[in-house]
Structures are given as structure tokens and as C-alpha cells.
Design a protein around this ligand. Structure first.
Ligand SMILES: NC(=O)c1ccc[n+]([C@@H]2O[C@H](COP(=O)([O-])OP(=O)(O)OC[C@H]3O[C@@H](n4cnc5c(N)ncnc54)[C@H](OP(=O)(O)O)[C@@H]3O)[C@@H](O)[C@H]2O)c1
Length: 344
């Protein structure tokens, strides 16, 4: 007997990916329920070969659910996650609502799977921001090898990271450019087609954006509070796949070859690093893949122990849906949850 799984936000970018991944990985689910807002009542979504009819979150009874994969934004999570947890389901949430709560574990299984056991306090586990997830997967093996002191990262984030409306906006604006139509930005603060925008999420008092702040605090919570990090987050006209140019300063010496070897042996990492045209991974090639790809690994001669690298991953998968499902698999593997029907 398997688990009863609810996917909240099943019509969204991340929710649809979750349904696909549950089927792909043969997740031990007896039942999968697709939930979204009232607007989507009766909409059909695919879960592998199966078609599910979307139900409305507000009328759903969670008492039979074991695992709830939440992907409907912070406001929905704030209202619903505690209620769903109180009904006895473990909530794995994709929004930023619970990430910084000390009673909620923030998990990337390749990096801090042991922390998952802390979920019992609130019944909620948080998934990190998409840019943080792929970054810490690449940093972890390097940190283990040479202790990271400081990270400087610039991101090149795809529009799918801002939801399905944002993808539609890039598509519509691109079409408008070719048809010489007027472009009116709605979802993004400026035109995104054939452009890029150095702002993701709202500005904070110190001039950084919340997206940049999230990368700092989440890296500390997941990997090591001693790591200093500074980020510049940029939205680019790419549909799916986030890229990051990362510069790292270490306490101990590490060569580019040693870094390549550490990354090659690390879970979730794939190194593609040939010194020839095209010998690296681009976001387009990461679409639909599970791995975090690392390319362009170079020693940085401007600091004592420094490396530069290029990190690419599918933000809807490792950055969101895949990571959430890996968390659920970790709970099962470690016998931290029991299916309600099995327990009854
Ligand atoms: N995209 C990424 O790369 C990424 C990465 C990490 C985390 N996240 C987070 O994951 C969450 C979802 O992102 P997304 O990209 O999938 O967004 P999206 O494409 O805009 O989808 C939003 C989903 O939430 C549902 N929803 C909205 N309001 C609701 C309500 N009141 N009750 C029930 N369902 C409601 C929508 O249902 P309707 O269709 O019925 O409106 C839709 O299914 C966000 O918190 C986001 O920050 C996204």
C-alpha cells in the first residue's frame, strides 16, 4: 500500500512538473489528487499516463492525505499549510513562506538530508528558492573539500521562475516585436523580450532585492551559516533553465582539477567542461533534466584560493518540483512517515 499525495497548485508551472515527476519516478502513491483555485475546477492535468480532474483547494478534505506538495505561492501556503499539517499530512512547500522559520527544515537532499527529521515541529518542510537549490548542490562538494569562505554569484534566471503568466508574457512580447506591435510590460517591471532585467522580487532597504537576500540566508541555513555570499539576480529572456556565474573563495587550496573530480563524484552534479566551443552546458540543454550541470571551472588567480564556475539547472525540476519529491522520498526512505491507510 502506498501514500495518498495531494498536489496544490497543480495547474501551475511547478505543480504540472510535480505530477509528471511523480509518475516518472514511480513514486509510491496510491492516489494523487490535483488541487488548485476555484478557477481551475474540472481542468484536466496529466500525471504520467493518467488524466486528473482538478479539484478546488478550499473544499478539499485533507484528512486522508499523507503528503501534500504545495506550490501555490506564499499567501496560499500561509493560510493552508498549517491547516493541512493539522489534518495529519506532511506539507512540502515551494513558496518562501516558511523557509526562514527556525521550526521548519529547509532541505536540499544532496546537501542536508539529515535536517529533514526536524519536520515534526510544524509538519512543514520548505523547499528553497530555485537559484539557491542548484547553487548549494554545486557548492556542497567543494565546501567539503576546501571550506568555502565567500561566494559572489550572478544569476541568469529564466521567466518560468516567475510562473506561467511570466512565460506567456515573454512569448507575447517576442511575438509583438516581430509584428511591430506595442509592448506593455505587466508581470515584469520592464520589457523582457530581447532584453534582461536586473531585478527579481522587491527591493529591500539596503538596495538588494529579496531574491538576492534569499540566496544569502538560504545558503547559510542549508549549507553553512559561516559562508558569506553576495548575489546579483537577473531575469533573462529564457523560458526554462537558470544559469549562475559563481566565484568562490576557499579557506584551503583547491585546483580546478580537484574541483572537477569532487563535483564529478557528487550526487546531483554533472560536469561538462571541455575547453572548446560548445564544451559547456546552456540553460536550453538543461530542460527536462534532473542534474545540476557545472562547466567553465577555472582557478581565480586574483585571490589566494579561488575558483570560478558556471552552474546550470532546470529551475522547475531541481529548483522546485524534483527537489520537493526528493524530500518526500527521503521521508519515506528514512521511515519518518507512515501511510495513514497502512497505519489504520
Ligand atoms: N517556478 C519556479 O522555478 C519556482 C521555483 C521555486 C519555487 N517556486 C514557487 O512555487 C510556487 C508556484 O510557482 P509556479 O511557478 O508554479 O506558479 P504558477 O505557474 O503561477 O502557478 C500557481 C499555481 O497556484 C495556484 N493557485 C493560485 N492561487 C490559488 C488559491 N487561492 N488556491 C489554490 N491554488 C491557487 C494556481 O491555480 P490556478 O491555475 O487555479 O490559478 C496555480 O496552479 C510559488 O510559490 C513559487 O514562488 C517556483
Amino acid at each position: 500500500m502506498g501514500y495518498n499525495v495531494a498536489v496544490v497548485g497543480a495547474t501551475g508551472n511547478v505543480g504540472r512538473e510535480m505530477l509528471g515527476i511523480l509518475a516518472e519516478r514511480s513514486f509510491p502513491a496510491d492516489e494523487v489528487v490535483a488541487l488548485a483555485s476555484r478557477r481551475s475546477l474540472g481542468v484536466e492535468v496529466s500525471c504520467g499516463e493518467r488524466t486528473l480532474k482538478v479539484k478546488a483547494l478550499e473544499h478539499f478534505d485533507f484528512s486522508g492525505v499523507d503528503i501534500c506538495l504545495m506550490s501555490a505561492g506564499s499567501a496560499v501556503s500561509k493560510q493552508w499549510s498549517p491547516r493541512i499539517a493539522a489534518a495529519g499530512a506532511v506539507v512540502i512547500d515551494n513558496s518562501s513562506c516558511w523557509r526562514y522559520d527556525s521550526d521548519v527544515p529547509l532541505i536540499v537532499p544532496e546537501v542536508n538530508a539529515d535536517a529533514v527529521a526536524g519536520f515534526r515541529k510544524r509538519g512543514i518542510i520548505a523547499n528553497p528558492n530555485c537559484s539557491t537549490a542548484q547553487l548549494v548542490v554545486a557548492l556542497k562538494p567543494l565546501h567539503d573539500r576546501a571550506r568555502i569562505k565567500r561566494v559572489v554569484v550572478a544569476t541568469y534566471q529564466s521567466v518560468s521562475g516567475a510562473g506561467k503568466d511570466a512565460m506567456d508574457e515573454l512569448f507575447a512580447q517576442t511575438k509583438a516585436v516581430f509584428q511591430i506591435d506595442e509592448i506593455v510590460p505587466k508581470k515584469f517591471p520592464k520589457r523582457i523580450a530581447f532584453n534582461l532585467i536586473p531585478q527579481i522580487d522587491a527591493f529591500m532597504e539596503d538596495g538588494y532585492t529579496r531574491e538576492e537576500w534569499k540566496m544569502v540566508v538560504e545558503t547559510k541555513k542549508i549549507l553553512d551559516p559561516k559562508i558569506k555570499l553576495v548575489a546579483t539576480c537577473v531575469r533573462v529572456p529564457v523560458f526554462i533553465g537558470h544559469s549562475e556565474a559563481v566565484n568562490i573563495e576557499f579557506e584551503n587550496p583547491i585546483t580546478a582539477d580537484e574541483a572537477r573530480e569532487a563535483l564529478r563524484n557528487a550526487p546531483g552534479c554533472v560536469v561538462i567542461d571541455k575547453h572548446e566551443p560548445g564544451g559547456y552546458v546552456t540553460p536550453y540543454e538543461s530542460v527536462g533534466e534532473d542534474a545540476t550541470y557545472i562547466s567553465r571551472i577555472r582557478e581565480d588567480a586574483t585571490v589566494e584560493n579561488g575558483l570560478s564556475l558556471w552552474v546550470v539547472s532546470d529551475n522547475l525540476r531541481k529548483g522546485a518540483a524534483l527537489n520537493a519529491i526528493q524530500i518526500a522520498e527521503t521521508l519515506i526512505k528514512r521511515n519518518l512517515i507512515t501511510a495513514k491507510q497502512r497505519a489504520a
